[in-house]
Design a protein around this ligand. Structure first.
Ligand code: TRP
Length: 446
């Protein structure tokens, strides 16, 4: 079969980083920092991202590129033992289901981003009523924007790897970084910002070993790097064999973690600025008010401080966020679509619309039962499914697969790999350290 492939190293890094950078970085990470003890969470997150998530990312990329298939086919290919083949298939399918559920809540939040981008435009043009509607939490608004976002995702996925995924990812990231940095510089001049900076950067070490904090940080790291569902495995399967896969994976991790850190640098101080201007962000018990909508309250109040230019900034920021969400959502939809296309010979277009419709339906069920389902679905998929499935991906890459096959794959595009630090550490790392630590963290949290 004619599989797509990314055209260059830069194209791949941007596409994979585009998949990794999204709502998880700019909405999820700061929200988690705010509700989990500030800088202590940041510290634990950084350690877990580099020490546990990066090796797990490498496991997916390497297996993906070596097998050139989606996870449901790829994991069984690593072994000849029938029972292990079956197990691989089960893990792959569990990943498919997880990824579909993730996309169903992701589309809702992405819809909020898009709605927030339209608000300043509508209000400036004099459509104040519509501006009000798009910026207020409500059933009709949530339905419209969730569906819009899903349609946009399906349209891009119809286009395949190079046309669809790569082209969209290469230009966005730099623009996003620039606007974040400009906003941070501006915000630091406002009252309250330094207090926020302190909360973000000075950890309270007594909280570092809190079980709940550890599991949240681990889930956040796995979510942000898009692990445990075969998403990065698919991206690896589209990577050219000429690239140095170890280096490429490191770049993707650095960009993703770096952007989350920068986003926190904006959002956490912005919370305290907003508080200074009278926006309520904590209730009497010190709990965050509506953590899921936090940044949709905090950021607009920051933009409002900027005067007339704030309208443009608000539009630019939320538009970029919508597009960043789009480069992530296409990676989510790609997982089930690639499976149906490859394993069941369905035409790409048909598969995209069919699966897109199914996921949209599930999204709408969440929208209609928001209070009951939204937080629950996020907790189950990101805190539990992803890290636990991540253990299995590590076990398949480290134990089930022949060590020599992994080495052969890494050596492509990196002839000296056998004598590198990566090869000295990674094989036993995915065998022992990743599975044991992830498990230990769960046991600790119970
Ligand atoms: N990592 C993306 C974000 O931070 C979301 C995402 C894309 C994802 N693909 C994924 C999450 C696969 C889990 C699994 O916004």
């Amino acid at each position: 079969m004619d599989r797509g492939q990314f055209s260059s190293k830069f194209g791949f890094i941007m596409a994979a980083a585009g998949a990794a950078v999204g709502l998880g970085n700019i909405w999820g990470f700061p929200t988690q920092v705010a509700s989990n003890g500030g800088a202590a969470f940041v510290l634990v997150y950084l350690i877990l991202a580099f020490c546990l998530a990066y090796p797990a990312l490498m496991a997916e990329l390497i297996v993906g590129r070596a097998t050139r298939h989606n996870a449901v086919i790829a994991l069984p290919m690593l072994t000849d033992v029938p029972l292990l083949k079956l197990g691989g298939k089960v893990v792959g399918i569990a990943g498919l289901i997880t990824v579909a559920v993730i996309l169903s809540f992701y589309a809702i939040v992405a819809g909020w981003m898009f709605a927030s981008a339209l608000e300043p435009v509508l209000t400036t043009l004099g459509f104040t009523q519509y501006g009000q509607w798009v910026s207020t939490f409500g059933l009709s608004r949530n339905i419209v924007f969730t569906v819009l976002f899903m349609v946009a995702t399906v349209l891009i996925i119809c286009g395949g790897v190079r046309q669809g995924i790569e082209r969209w990812s290469t230009r966005l990231m730099p623009a996003l970084v620039v606007i974040l940095l400009l906003l941070i510089a501006y915000m630091m001049t406002l009252p309250g910002a330094l207090k926020g900076l302190e909360v973000y950067l000075v950890p309270d070490f007594s909280q570092v070993f809190d079980g709940g904090l550890l599991v949240s940080a681990l889930g956040q790291a796995f979510f942000s790097l898009s692990l445990g569902v075969g998403c990065m495995l698919i991206y690896g399967s589209y990577m050219s064999s000429k690239e140095n896969i170890v280096q490429v994976g490191a770049w993707v991790t650095l960009i993703d973690v770096g952007l989350a850190f920068v986003a926190g640098l904006l959002i956490i101080p912005a919370m305290y600025v907003a508080q200074h201007y009278g926006v309520e962000i904590f209730d009497q018990n010190g709990q965050l008010l509506g953590g899921d909508t936090l940044i949709f309250k905090v950021l607009p109040s920051l933009f409002a401080q900027m005067g007339s230019i704030g309208v443009f900034v608000a539009f630019a920021f939320f538009m970029l966020m919508s597009l960043a969400a789009l480069t992530s959502s296409i990676s989510l939809l790609e997982v089930p679509v690639a499976y149906v296309v490859e394993s069941h010979n369905v035409e790409r277009k048909k598969a995209s619309w069919g699966i897109g419709a199914l996921i949209t339906a599930f999204s709408l069920i969440i929208v209609f039962n928001f209070e009951a389902l939204f937080g629950l679905v996020i907790a189950i998929t990101t805190r539990y499914s992803q890290p636990i499935l991540g253990i299995f991906f590590c076990v398949y890459a480290g134990w089930v697969w022949q060590r020599n096959n992994a080495l052969t794959e890494i050596k492509k595009g990196n002839a000296g790999a056998q004598h590198s630090i990566f090869w000295a550490v990674w094989p036993w790392y995915v065998r022992f350290v990743c599975p044991v630590f992830i498990l230990a963290m769960f046991i600790h949290s119970l």
